[in-house]
Unconditional design. Structure first.
Length: 146
C-alpha cells in the first residue's frame, strides 16, 4: 500500500461509516484541519495517532506504517479548477503581495512558518449569508544576516 491507497481507503471508510472529519479528529485527539490533511497524505501521523486512526476506522494493520511515512508535499502547479480551492488561490494571487508587505512591516524581513503552524476553520452565521473564517497561525521566521 502507498499513501494514495490509504487515502482512498480512508475516504471509502469515512463514507461507508457516515463519519465527518471532525468525528475522526475527535476520536484520535487531533485538530480537524491537521487530521484531514494527514488523511490526505500531506502530513505524517505520529505512531500513537496512527494506531488510534487504524483502530477507529477499522483499517488493515499495514496502513499504520504508511500513515507514519514522511510525505512529499507537492501539488499540481496548474491553476486549480475546483471553485473553493480556486478562490483560495485567487486570495493569495490578489492579496499575497499585500500580506507580505503588511507582515514584513509588522515583523521585519522574514516569513510565516508552515511547519510551526496551525489552522482553524470556523463558521459564522450571518443573516446575509454564513461566513467562512480561516485562521492561519504560523510562527514568524526572520531572515538572518551572516
Amino acid at each position: 500500500m502507498n499513501k494514495l491507497d490509504v487515502t482512498e481507503l480512508i475516504f471509502s471508510t469515512k463514507k461507508e461509516k457516515d463519519l465527518t472529519w471532525q468525528t475522526i479528529a475527535d476520536a484520535i485527539g487531533t485538530s480537524v484541519v491537521w487530521t484531514t490533511s494527514a488523511c490526505l497524505g500531506m502530513n505524517s501521523f505520529p505512531e500513537a495517532e496512527a494506531e488510534k486512526l487504524v483502530a477507529f476506522l477499522g483499517l488493515p494493520a499495514e496502513t499504520k506504517s504508511v500513515l507514519m511515512e514522511y510525505p512529499t508535499k507537492e501539488w499540481d502547479k496548474a491553476v486549480p479548477q475546483d471553485p473553493l480551492i480556486y478562490r483560495l488561490y485567487e486570495v493569495v494571487g490578489v492579496y499575497g503581495d499585500t500580506l507580505k508587505e503588511v507582515i514584513q512591516e509588522k515583523f521585519g524581513d522574514g516569513i510565516m512558518s508552515a511547519i510551526d503552524f496551525s489552522m482553524e476553520v470556523d463558521k459564522e452565521e450571518n443573516p446575509k449569508g454564513d461566513r467562512v473564517i480561516l485562521t492561519l497561525n504560523g510562527k514568524f521566521l526572520p531572515y538572518k544576516t551572516w
